[in-house]
Design a protein around this ligand. Sequence first.
Ligand code: COA
Length: 163
Amino acid sequence: MRIAIYPGTFDPVTNGHLDILQRSAAIFDQIIIAVAEDNYKKNLFSTEERLYLLEEVVKDIPNVKVEKFSGLLMKYVRTKGACAVVRGLRAVSDFEYEFQLSMMNKKLNEHVETIFLTTSSEYSFISSSMIKQVASLGGCVKGLVPNLVEQALKQKYKKKYRG
Ligand code: COA
């Protein structure tokens, strides 16, 4: 059984993430989406909210499950018996950071490969931050995020403005 981990912050999950996920689910027997609990980003959605949104949007893909993790990614990968980490590359600008990350991860566990998939062109310009910025200013993010995420963003920003 070839298990791969797809790690990230997913604040929130976008159609770009789903594109990478669907394609990697066709390559591996099982994909575990690993939602980073502690990172240096100021997240809009709590860990539980990010998990819920992901679980809902991937529920029809049978070989995908969603979990949270904290601490070193490579420790988590080992506990899952995974052989690979999947990452998406949107543009050349992603490469340097991803290259560093994969090198460090290789140093920490030489038995795990990082597999890069290029994000489909229609999603290559989006990031979670950009989605949040547009949504916070009342812009339309339809088609760039799942409908459920679009609704969740509307709720968040409605509450923020009220509060
Ligand atoms: N479509 C749309 N957006 C995409 C994307 C795609 N296909 N691929 C990446 N992105 C965006 C994300 O939305 C995110 O945008 P944001 O910065 O605006 O939030 C950005 O690209 C990169 O984020 P993400 O893929 O979530 O990675 P990350 O840098 O937030 O987290 C971890 C990377 C969690 C995997 C990494 O920090 C980690 O492994 N942490 C654990 C600690 C550890 O082991 N450290 C040592 C490793 S060197």
